[in-house]
Design a protein around this ligand. Structure first.
Ligand SMILES: NC(=O)C1=CN([C@@H]2O[C@H](COP(=O)(O)OP(=O)(O)OC[C@H]3O[C@@H](n4cnc5c(N)ncnc54)[C@H](OP(=O)(O)O)[C@@H]3O)[C@@H](O)[C@H]2O)[C@@H](O)CC1
Ligand SMILES: Nc1ncnc2c1ncn2[C@@H]1O[C@H](COP(=O)(O)OP(=O)(O)O)[C@@H](O)[C@H]1O
Length: 487
């Protein structure tokens, strides 16, 4: 699992570390790591670092200093390095002197051709989107061409300039990067929100910060080994019942497809049996003979978790289904219509009486109705607040889905694709998450595992053709199939 820290925690840790090393040592560590990765990128892309034309975009803070020192190192490796200073009188003095001493130049115009851009405009000291001079510069970068005729790659120093580092929001113009070389630890903007895709590939340079990061991370990013460790596997004495039975209470006469999609998601999980309860029983059993169907939750038999809500409708019948599901002393995941039914407060009592885990999976619209406000620019904080208020684990859908727990932990999913924005994919997610809960996976781990595998399936489906919800369900892997290269 990787972790991202807020700027204030990074600064505190950096100050504590700085007290133990000679002045400037951290910047040298950062610049050395940055230069090494830039040289590697140049070698990969053009076969050589020597002679490559490198442009440094240099802001007025230490982020610009990192770029200048890295430029000096690249110059010593034979690159032709020029620096465009956004505020020449405030450029980092030591960095500028080092660049000049190494043979680098200061320029006042964008060159016509170059092989690499280093974005050292702003780092963790940024406020707001790029200011006009920087924004104009950023707008002209796509005009640039490298020797091979392609666009020169952009390497962001620490974070792409223009992003809100603590939240992952993009408040104005930001400079997208192909690679971000970040120092000491990840920052939230590299993993969450609309900023995250602007970072491109992210590489971490160790500057010795780890022992000084004493606060909890702002957000954690589970990876495949985590998902694999949480995934239940049947032992030799397993039966379908010991593996867990998931109940699926979804779909309605108006939306029978939601039932099929959530059942398809549930079947891809680790549970030993899927029971379906609802008006789409005959369609479900025709499509999936292994599913045990019933007309109602009461008639469904015992389950170890319920997945409820997708396509349920919002009338009296839907409310009765939700009431039965919430009364069950097992983990429950609520999606779509079940979330909308919670909005008027009529289920507040039923929710208060519950002791078993509850997971809510809103998209932004459902979140707004439930929370009474949009998720806003800080999606992690928004999900945490709703989790605390509802005492439920909240999975806030979107690009880089966020999972927040009532205890204050937050996770962000690193898989997925915007192609998942396709009707019914959320129903698939709900069923899969229910099956993980039924398999005994704790709610936060179940939610982030479901998001991870669902996002993986979205990417896999996208490679094969149009991304429909059924295609996503069919592409759902297990962590083991991914590890074996078959998922
Ligand atoms: N501390 C350490 O140990 C280490 C730190 N390291 C490095 O230091 C970086 C942090 O440096 P930092 O604190 O100097 O801030 P930084 O990101 O350069 O930006 C501040 C400057 O930018 C300006 N500015 C602000 N917003 C702007 C905008 N929207 N658009 C345009 N300009 C804007 C702002 O101007 P002002 O508001 O003052 O006019 C101010 O002058 C960090 O990310 C890492 O790279 C590494 O070397 C490792 C060791
Ligand atoms: N722009 C996007 N980028 C990545 N994933 C997205 C995007 N938009 C939606 N998704 C994902 O697609 C799924 C859509 O779920 P949902 O909105 O509930 O759809 P439906 O209700 O039609 O099933 C979620 O898993 C969500 O995270």
């Amino acid at each position: 699992m990787r972790h991202a820290w807020r700027v204030s925690d990074v600064r505190t840790a950096e100050q504590a570390l700085m007290a133990t090393v000679p002045p400037g040592a951290l910047m040298q560590r950062a610049a050395a790591g940055l230069a090494r990765r830039c040289a590697w990128l140049l070698e990969q892309r053009y076969g050589r670092c020597y002679g490559a034309r490198v442009l440094l975009l240099v802001g007025s803070g230490d982020n610009g200093g990192d770029a200048l020192y890295a430029g000096a190192r690249l110059r010593r490796r034979g690159a032709s390095v020029s620096a465009l200073l956004l505020t020449p009188d405030r450029a980092h003095r030591g960095g500028l002197a080092a660049l000049r001493a190494a043979g680098g130049r200061v320029v006042t115009e964008l060159p016509d051709a170059l092989e690499l851009v280093l974005d050292g405009i702003t780092g963790i000291g940024a406020t707001g989107g790029l200011r006009p001079a920087a924004a104009q510069l950023a707008a002209r970068l796509p005009e640039l061409r490298a020797a091979d005729g392609g666009a020169p790659p952009v390497v962001a120093v620490d974070v792409p300039s223009g992003v809100a580092v603590d939240t992952g929001d993009v408040p104005g113009v930001a400079l997208p990067a192909d690679l971000t070389v970040t120092f000491g630890c990840l920052k939230p903007a590299l993993v969450v929100g609309p900023a995250a895709p602007l970072a491109g590939r992210v590489e971490l340079v160790d500057i010795g910060l780890d022992p000084y990061l004493r606060s909890g991370p702002a957000v954690s990013v589970p990876e495949l080994p985590d998902i694999a460790a949480w995934w239940p596997r049947p032992g030799p004495r397993a039966s379908k019942y010991t593996r867990g039975v998931v109940g699926v209470a979804t779909g309605s006469a108006g939306y029978p497809g939601a039932a099929l999609l959530s059942v398809a998601g549930a079947l891809a999980g680790p549970a030993g049996m899927v029971r379906y309860a609802g008006s789409a029983a005959s369609q479900v059993v025709t499509a999936y003979p292994a599913v045990v169907v019933a007309e109602s939750v009461a008639a469904a038999g015992r389950v170890q978790a319920w997945a409820c809500g997708s396509g349920l409708g919002q009338g009296h019948a839907a409310a009765a289904v939700l009431r039965s599901v919430l009364a069950a002393p097992v983990p429950v995941v609520l999606d779509a219509d079940a979330l909308n039914l919670l909005v008027d407060g009529s289920f507040a009592g039923a929710l208060r009486e519950r002791r078993a885990p509850l997971v809510l999976t809103p998209h932004d619209g459902e979140f707004s109705r439930l929370a009474g406000r949009d998720p806003g620019p800080d999606r992690v904080e928004a999900a945490l607040q709703l989790a605390a208020r509802t005492n439920a684990t909240v999975l806030l859908k979107g690009d880089r889905t966020v999972v927040a727990t009532p205890a204050g932990a937050a996770y962000v999913n690193s898989t997925g694709t915007p192609a998942l924005a396709s009707a019914g994919t959320g129903d698939v997610l709900c069923g899969l998450l229910g099956a993980l809960l039924a398999g005994g996976v704790p709610p936060a781990e179940a939610a982030i595992s479901a998001a991870y595998l669902h996002g993986w399936a979205g990417r896999r489906a996208e490679r094969a053709g149009p991304v429909t919800a059924m295609a996503v369900a069919a592409a759902l892997p297990t962590p083991d199939s991914i590890l074996q290269g078959t998922g």
